[in-house]
Design a protein around this ligand. Structure first.
Ligand SMILES: [Zn+2]
Length: 258
């Protein structure tokens, strides 16, 4: 395999690797967005389940407090009866003390019940909010899921295609060149660079004149002493073709006629 063919393969290899890197970034972004939505969905579902259990417990406590409250009201009635029916000062004082104690209990129960009613209302509002968020999320997921999964599969297929393309290119390269390329690539670096004017286009450092001189012949690769990329010489792209006298003369009649 001649050096020109190798350079061509290396250029295509580097281009494929750049595309794979680009596609992998897109793939990770797609996967990240998708798993993010899924994670948010299950977090909301868990929160809702916990909130519903807690609401059920609070509602049970509230009804126990209501039963307590009714019992105290009945006891208060009995206590008032006892005051009415007391036969002496001692009995009436005892009944009064009992009545005071029951009134205190009733106030406590009222306070607790009031707090519990507020807590239950807050919990129900919270559950309603989370149910709404979950519904929104489910709608977003169901409308995007198919498209997102299709995009993920497409990206995976594109990446696999480019990987098999690069494997074929690598297999055709002389093994030493292939190994040099892969060793750089494996360390997350772009393995190749070219030079046109004596500057490494990979790291933009001026190459030693001797090295540049060797590269000019395009008979062998070099290694940039600074960034260690496989380096070769690429002749400058010729400037736009100068206007030929023929082109000028064909334009003259047009200009004259206008
Ligand atoms: Zn370099």
């Amino acid at each position: 395999m001649g050096i020109d063919a190798q350079i061509d393969s290396l250029e295509r290899l580097a281009a494929l690797d750049a595309e794979v890197k680009d596609l992998s970034v897109k793939l990770e972004a797609q996967r990240g967005e998708y798993t993010g939505l899924k994670t948010a969905q299950s977090a909301l579902e868990l929160a809702l389940a916990a909130d519903r259990i807690s609401l059920t417990e609070m509602e049970r406590t509230r009804s126990e407090l209501q039963i307590d409250h009714r019992n105290i009201v009945q006891q208060l009635d009995r206590s008032r009866d006892r005051i009415q029916r007391s036969r002496n000062e001692r009995e009436s004082q005892a009944a009064e003390r009992e009545l005071d104690e029951l009134r205190r209990l009733q106030r406590d129960r009222d306070d607790e019940l009031g707090k519990m009613v507020v807590l239950c209302d807050q919990a129900r509002t919270g559950i309603g909010d989370n149910e709404f968020k979950l519904l929104e999320l489910q709608e977003k997921l169901s409308s995007e899921e198919q498209g997102t999964l299709a995009q993920i599969h497409q990206l995976e297929a594109d990446i696999a295609g480019k990987r098999s393309g690069r494997a074929a290119l690598l297999a055709n390269l002389p093994s030493l060149t292939g190994r040099r390329y892969e060793s750089m690539h494996g360390r997350g670096k772009v393995p190749v660079a070219h030079t046109t004017d004596g500057t490494c286009r990979g790291c933009f450092v001026q190459l030693p004149p001797m090295l540049f001189h060797t590269l000019l012949g395009r008979t062998q690769f070099g290694e940039c002493p600074f960034c260690h990329r496989i380096i070769w010489y690429t002749p400058p792209v010729p400037a736009a073709a100068p206007v030929t006298p023929a082109a000028v003369t064909t334009e003259i009649p047009t200009e004259a006629s206008s």
